[in-house]
Design a protein around this ligand. Structure first.
Ligand code: NAD
Length: 501
C-alpha cells in the first residue's frame, strides 16, 4: 500500500509545496505519512483567504443554529471514525491506543458537540435596561473577531485543535490552523470533515509548518485578530510579546508541574495507582500531568515502596497493543531532553527508585524510549521539581504538615493542574487552597467539555472549553438606540445648546 499523503488546505483547496515532512512512528520509525510542508508564503495565502472569507461574510452571517448544525455534522463524521483515527494518532505520536480513542478522539467529538450547543443557546444579541436619564435602549451584541490563528502541539493534537477551532467557528470566525510539524495528521483529517460537511472555502485553512519561522510568522501576522496557542511556556511568552504590536487577543495553554497532594488518610490502593495515572498517562507527555507527588513524611517509605511495586507492572512497548500502558516518547529531541533530566536529577542528589534509563532489548532498538521513572528524595528547589520534563517521570517529595504541602504545591511558576487524595471533606479544603486552574480530588485527567481547561500563572491565559468558551472568540459591542424623541433630551444637549426652534 502506498504511503498516504496530506496536502495543505487553503481557501478550500488542497495544495502542495514541493517540500514534505515525513511523519514516522516514534515506536518503530516506520513511515506513516508524508505531509506538505508550508512556509510563510502559504501562511500569507491562508491568512488572505481567511480575511477575505470574513469580509465576504457568508459564515459570520450564517445563523448560529446553522453553524451549530455544521459542527454537529462534523462531530458525527468524526464519531464514526474513532477507532480508525485513534490508530492514526497512535502511529503518529506514540500515545497508547488505550488513550487515543477515548481521550484524543472521543473527547474531541464531545467538545465539538458541546460548542455547537453553546452556539445555539448563546446570547448573540440582548437588550439591557433602559438607559436614563436620556431615554435610550442598550443592545449588547457578540460578534466574531475575524481571523483566528490556532497553533497546536503534538502531544494531544486533536483535542487541542478542537478546543480552538470549534469555538472559533461556532462564533463565526475564520481560522488559520498550524498543527505541529511532528503530528499534523488528525488536524488534517478534521479539515477534510469540515470540507465534507460544507464549510465555505477560506473559513478554515490548515498550514503544516515549522514552529519558527512559520508559526511565529502566523502568530505575528497583522491580519490575525486572535492567537490561540497550546505548547511550551517559552513560545507562549513570545506570542504574547508579538501580540502587543497589534493588541490582539491571546489564549495560551502552556506548561505545568502539577502537584499531587496525598493526604495521610488517603486510601493507598487508590491513590498509588492514581498517582501513576496522573504522571504516566499519555506517556507522561501531558501538560496537566501530576509530576510532583507530595507525601506525608509519616507514610513516605510505604508510599514509595508501593509506587515502585505498581509502576514495575506498567508495560512499556508497542502503543498499538491494548495491553501496553506506556508507549514511546514522541521524538528523538524529546527523548534526549528527558535523558538530560535523568542526569540533572542525579547531579542534584535525587535518588532513582525506578527506571531512569533508556530501556534495552530488541523491541527498543527502533523508536524513542525511556523507562517509567520515579525519583525520590526530591526537594522542591531541584530542577526536576520545577521544570516540565514532559515524560513518564514522577518526582516524590515529602511534607510534614498539610499547610507545608499546600505551600510546596503552590511554590511553582506554573499553575495548570493539581490533585488531592484523601477523605472528601479534607481533600476539598486543600483543593480550595491550591493555585491551579484544575484540581482533581481522588482522580486525575478528568476533562469535560462543560468545564474550563487552563491554568494560573505561567501555565497560561484564558480558558478553553467550559460555559464561557464563546466569550473568548467574540467581541462585545454595545449599541445605544436613542428613544428620546426630541432634541432637548439627547445626551449631547448636556454640552451643546439645542438649536432654537
Ligand atoms: P513548542 O511550544 O515549541 O511547540 C508547540 C507548537 O508551537 C507547535 O505547533 C510548534 O510548531 C509551534 N511553535 C514553535 N515555536 C514557535 C514560535 N516561535 N512561534 C509560534 N509557534 C511556534 O513545544 P515543543 O517544542 O513541541 O515541546 C517543547 C516543550 O513544550 C515540551 O517538552 C513541553 O515541556 C512543552 N509542551 C507543552 C505542551 C502543552 O500541552 N502544554 C504541549 C507540547 C509541549
Amino acid at each position: 500500500m502506498s504511503t498516504p499523503h496530506y496536502s495543505l488546505f487553503v481557501d478550500g483547496k488542497w495544495i502542495d509545496t514541493g517540500d514534505i515532512y515525513e511523519i514516522r512512528s516514534p515506536a518503530t520509525e516506520e513511515l506513516v505519512a508524508t505531509v506538505a510542508k508550508g512556509g510563510v508564503a502559504e501562511v500569507d495565502q491562508a491568512v488572505a483567504a481567511a480575511k477575505a472569507a470574513h469580509e465576504e461574510g457568508t459564515w459570520r452571517r450564517t445563523a448560529p443554529a446553522e453553524r451549530a448544525a455544521l459542527l454537529n455534522e462534523v462531530a458525527t463524521r468524526l464519531g464514526g471514525r474513532i477507532d480508525e483515527l485513534a490508530v492514526l494518532q497512535t502511529q503518529e505520536n506514540g500515545a497508547t491506543i488505550r488513550i487515543t480513542g477515548a481521550l484524543h478522539v472521543g473527547l474531541s467529538v464531545a467538545q465539538i458537540q458541546y460548542l455547537a450547543s453553546l452556539a445555539e443557546n448563546y446570547e448573540w444579541e440582548t437588550s439591557g435596561p433602559e438607559i436614563g436619564p436620556v431615554p435610550a435602549v442598550g443592545i449588547v451584541r457578540r460578534e466574531p473577531l475575524g481571523v483566528v490563528a490556532a497553533i497546536v502541539p503534538w502531544n494531544i493534537p486533536l483535542l487541542t485543535t478542537v478546543w480552538k477551532i470549534a469555538p472559533a467557528l461556532a462564533a463565526g470566525n475564520t481560522v488559520v490552523l498550524k498543527p505541529d510539524e511532528h503530528a499534523p495528521l488528525l488536524a488534517l483529517e478534521l479539515a477534510k470533515e469540515f470540507e465534507a460537511a460544507g464549510l465555505p472555502a477560506g473559513v478554515l485553512n490548515v498550514i503544516t509548518g515549522d514552529g519558527d519561522p512559520v508559526g511565529a510568522y502566523l502568530a505575528g501576522h497583522p491580519d490575525v485578530r486572535k492567537v490561540a496557542f497550546t505548547g511550551s511556556t517559552v513560545v507562549g511568552k513570545s506570542i504574547l510579546r508579538q501580540s502587543a504590536q497589534t493588541i490582539r487577543r491571546v489564549t495560551l495553554e502552556l506548561g505545568g508541574k502539577g502537584a499531587n497532594v496525598l493526604l495521610d488518610d488517603a486510601d493507598l490502593d487508590i491513590a498509588v495507582d492514581g498517582a501513576l495515572f496522573a504522571c504516566m498517562a499519555n506517556n507522561g507527555q501531558a501538560c496537566e500531568a501530576g509530576t510532583r507527588l507530595l507525601v506525608p513524611a509519616s507514610r513516605y517509605d510505604e508510599v514509595v515502596s508501593r509506587l515502585v511495586e505498581r509502576a514495575s507492572t506498567l508495560r512499556l512497548g508497542d502503543p498499538l497493543d491494548p495491553a501496553t500502558h506506556v508507549g514511546p516518547i514522541a521524538s528523538r529531541v524529546q527523548r534526549d531532553r528527558i535523558v538530560e533530566y535523568f542526569e540533572i536529577a542525579a547531579e542534584e542528589g535525587a535518588t532513582t527508585a525506578l527506571g531512569g534509563r533508556v530501556p534495552s532489548g530488541p523491541q527498543f532498538d527502533k523508536g524513542y524510549w525511556v523507562e517509567p521513572t520515579i525519583f525520590v528524595d526530591v526537594t522542591n528547589d531541584m530542577r526536576i521539581a520545577r521544570e516540565e520534563v514532559f515524560g513518564p517521570v514522577l518526582t516524590v517529595l515529602s511534607y510534614d504538615s498539610v499547610d507545608e504541602a499546600i505551600k510546596i504545591a503552590n511554590d511553582t511558576n506554573y499553575g495548570l493542574s493539581a490533585g488531592v487524595w484523601g477523605s472528601e471533606e479534607r481533600a476539598l479544603e486543600v483543593a480550595r487552597q491550591l493555585d491551579a486552574g484544575m484540581v482533581w480530588v481522588n482522580d486525575w485527567h478528568v476533562i469535560h467539555p462543560a468545564y474550563p481547561f487552563g491554568g494560573y500563572k505561567e501555565s497560561g491565559l484564558g480558558r478553553e472549553g467550559g460555559p464561557d468558551a464563546l466569550d473568548e472568540y467574540t467581541e462585545q459591542k454595545f449599541i445605544s438606540l436613542d428613544r428620546s424623541g426630541g432634541i432637548e433630551n439627547k445626551a449631547f444637549a448636556i454640552v451643546i445648546d439645542p438649536v432654537a426652534s
